[in-house]
Design a protein around this ligand. Structure first.
Ligand code: SAM
Length: 732
């Protein structure tokens, strides 16, 4: 590198003034890699390597028929018909950056490798700005649009906050982690559209190597272009691109075929009635004498009819596989709103489409993964094709949609007398405290830390102010105090975890504190109500409250309009019959609000709006004279329920996490103090069938005391649990 005196002076002046260097120095100061490379703001090549322990919070497994259990006693429990050994499929809730990094570097890696590693990854990241995290819920003939919760909104801002720059930074890091997780003979498919495909192609070339690019598949989404697209002054967009890369030369690929057209089939018009079926006559253009002899012996050779003409031979229809599928897919339509498989998930992809990918790049028994699984299409198809699977999604609604879908698949496979695997729902139990709300990633580590601390303090002040609590400083876990209760605030970007609450309980015990409010944007699945029960047994009254979205709305805070609503409430009634018990759901309430503040005032004359006001979905209508009327759409408490399930013996399966013992280097299973919820009976609404049973079946139990857990998932995809202790036989 040779810089002129002028250039050196110019650089020095810029540095002394603390100004960024002009672009031309990028090429003068750094090594020329002589490669086409995509550069974006904040590109560092750093990749997350955090390891967090996975926590199984739920297991779902349709009981198998007695005959199946008898044939494989070592695999299934004789009493319950559930899987007790072998691989459990995994549905993981959380940010896939942390999930991928923990899978790559943590205890589950060993289990994955024992299955032969991940052979296929399909991802369909959120390239459609705005389509994620909000969803439409049909209620009382109206549509309520559920807005993203704060965690989802933050993830959305992470991805799109700085447009393409932040999207690429997000996807780059995840693709590097996926590459490192993929088996040597595995492959990856990345689904994108015109908005990001040019960037993703370059990122994939960089991460996987140009030489590993196999196909760029063009998928025509719809056979018609639709009226709204057709009117724009351009060719209507009707195509997605799916990039297909291999991990190494040693990859697996099964060629896929389409059936021949009826026109083509007509050419197979001959039949010798020798059992070999129909054939067509084809010219034999090049051949060896050996080949000729083989055809003759097989009675397939047809001699030239006149001198100088070619030999021909019989080509049997039964020996042909169909038309080879190339990289232009026009035979599969997007999921039609009326289709049976439609789950109301905006970005859902067709099963037939994913089936082609899974069949092409994996075999039965292989492990397939989708880290942006949405409504779970990849997982449903993988299960039906007898593959093992791992799926993850950040949205609670995505996880819940997938849970219901997979229960449906298990039931379908059972009805068809086919096999299926149990699946687990997992959480990342303990989170590293991370920076939130856009700490500048290009800063140096210590500056980042400073900015983070400042942001955390601002955030805390904001929440305490909105909650009308006064700040306190001499505590480890409490930041405020209100009306005789201590106040603890959960992190902005993470759910309140069990570990977090346990620390609070510890401090309460050492300082004789008995009344506590915990404020959180999200609570870890399965946290309630056992943690409150546990605290109660130690004389501590724990109240958990949701921090509402409007906490970031200054005006709402000033007007004292921010409501911290309670977590949901469940009431159940057990019914006994000899040694069996059934559970009836007798009440369920939520306390959400969305768009309720000043809804009447903000509404224009002649317009209506659906809002949520303290646990009621309400349609507000303002007539042309400005007179407002309100109609409550949630007429029954059951309208809030989307799914409920019962575990008839809650404490039968301990929840544990695998953590590396730093001294021995070995992984150890450590009990978290909680239990895994086993879905032993469930009732849920589907898009087609909106009915819900309110009482479970009777379940045979051993006599004695036991705990029964009931989990309810509301129409927003949030779950709440209730545990009751009962006695079977004797005094109930
Ligand atoms: C385009 S959708 C996938 C749809 C899916 N292919 C299907 O058929 O239903 C993208 C999904 O990525 C999820 N997502 C976005 N950011 C994520 C993140 N950081 N970690 C995990 N999932 C994420 C969204 O919640 C959304 O469900």
């Amino acid at each position: 590198m040779k810089l002129t005196d002028n250039e050196i002076r110019d650089i020095t002046q810029h540095l002394e003034a603390g100004k960024p260097l002009p672009d031309k120095y990028r090429f003068l100061l750094f090594d020329d890699k002589r490669e086409v490379e995509l550069v974006w703001s904040g590109k560092t090549g750093d990749v997350c390597n955090v390891v967090l322990p996975f926590q199984v919070i739920e297991q779902v497994d349709e009981p198998r028929a007695e005959s199946t259990v008898k044939m494989q006693m070592d695999l299934f429990d004789a009493q319950t018909g559930r899987q007790i050994k072998g691989w459990n499929n995994k549905l993981i809730w959380g940010d896939n950056k942390l999930i991928l990094s923990s899978l790559k570097n943590g205890a589950l890696r060993e289990e994955i490798e024992a299955q032969g590693g991940i052979k296929l990854i399909y991802i369909d990241p959120p390239f459609d700005v705005g389509a994620d995290f909000s969803m439409d819920i049909e209620i009382g003939g109206e549509t309520l649009t559920k807005k993203p919760n704060v965690l989802e909104e933050l993830a959305y801002r992470d991805t799109w906050g700085k447009g393409a720059d932040s999207f690429i930074a997000m996807i780059y890091e995840r693709l590097v982690l996926m590459r490192d997780l993929l088996a040597e003979d595995g492959s990856i498919y990345v689904h994108c559209d015109w908005r990001v495909n040019s960037y993703i192609r370059l990122v994939l070339d960089e991460v996987f190597g140009k030489e590993n690019h196999l196909s760029s598949i063009s998928w025509r989404r719809s056979s018609s272009t639709g009226s709204s697209k057709a009117i724009s002054r351009k060719f209507p967009a009707n195509q997605d691109t799916i990039f297909f890369y291999k991990r190494s030369r040693n990859y697996n690929f099964n060629r896929q075929y389409l059936p021949y057209s009826t026109e083509y089939l007509k050419r197979f018009s001959h039949d010798d009635n020798d059992g070999r079926g129909k054939y067509r006559i084809s010219d034999l253009n090049t051949y060896s004498s050996k080949k000729l002899e083989e055809l003759r012996i097989d009675n397939r050779l047809l001699y030239p009819k006149k001198e100088g003409a070619n030999y021909s031979y019989k080509r049997y229809l039964s020996e042909t596989k169909g038309v080879v599928i190339d990289d232009v897919w026009v035979d599969i339509n997007f999921v039609n709103p009326m289709a049976n498989e439609n789950l109301g998930y905006t970005t859902q992809k067709p099963e037939k489409f994913i089936e082609r990918i899974i069949k092409a790049s994996s075999n039965e028994g292989d492990l397939v993964a989708d880290f942006f699984c949405g409504s779970g299409t990849t997982l449903a198809v993988a299960e039906k094709l007898n593959r093992k699977w791992i799926g993850s999604d950040l949205g609670k609604f995505g996880i819940h949609t997938t849970r219901k879908r997979m229960i449906g698949v298990q039931r379908q496979l059972k009805a068809e007398d086919k096999s299926w695997r149990a699946f687990e729902i997992l959480n990342l139990g303990k989170y590293e405290r991370q920076h939130y709300i856009g700490v500048n990633p290009s800063l140096r580590e210590e500056e980042k830390q400073k900015q983070l601390e400042a942001r955390e303090k601002d955030f805390l002040d904001l929440i305490l102010h909105a909650y009308r609590a006064e700040p306190v400083s001499q505590f480890k876990t409490f930041q405020g105090k209100k009306a005789g209760r201590m106040v603890a605030v959960g992190a902005v970007n993470l759910p309140v975890t069990r570990l977090f609450v346990e620390e609070i309980i510890l401090e309460c015990r050492s300082k004789h504190i008995t009344r506590v409010d915990i404020l959180g944007f999200e609570f870890e699945m399965g946290l309630f109500p056992n943690i409150q029960e546990e605290a109660k047994s130690k004389g501590i009254d724990l109240a958990m409250k949701y921090i509402p979205r409007d906490v970031f709305d200054k005006r709402a805070i000033e007007k004292n309009e921010v409501i911290f609503h309670d977590v949901s409430f469940i009431e159940i009634k057990p019914h006994f019959k000899k040694s069996s018990v059934a559970i009836e759901l007798t009440d369920f309430s939520v306390f959400y609000s969305q768009d309720a503040q000043n809804a009447d005032v903000n509404l224009k004359n002649g317009k209506s709006k659906v809002i949520v006001d303290k646990g009621q979905v309400v349609k507000i209508f303002k007539d042309k004279d400005g007179i407002v009327s309100r109609e409550v759409l949630t007429k029954l408490w059951t309208d809030w329920i989307d799914y409920w399930a019962v575990d008839f013996d809650f404490e039968s399966k301990k929840e544990s996490v695998r953590i590396k013992n730093e001294e021995t280097g070995e992984y150890e299973d450590i009990w978290t103090g909680d239990y895994v919820f086993e879905n032993e009976w469930q009732s849920f609404r589907t898009k087609k069938d909106r009915t819900l049973e309110m009482q479970s079946v009777f379940h045979e139990c051993q006599t004695g005391r036991r705990k029964i857990a009931v989990k309810v998932v509301d129409i927003f995809g949030n779950d709440t649990m209730k545990i009751v202790e009962i006695t079977i036989g004797g005094n109930q």
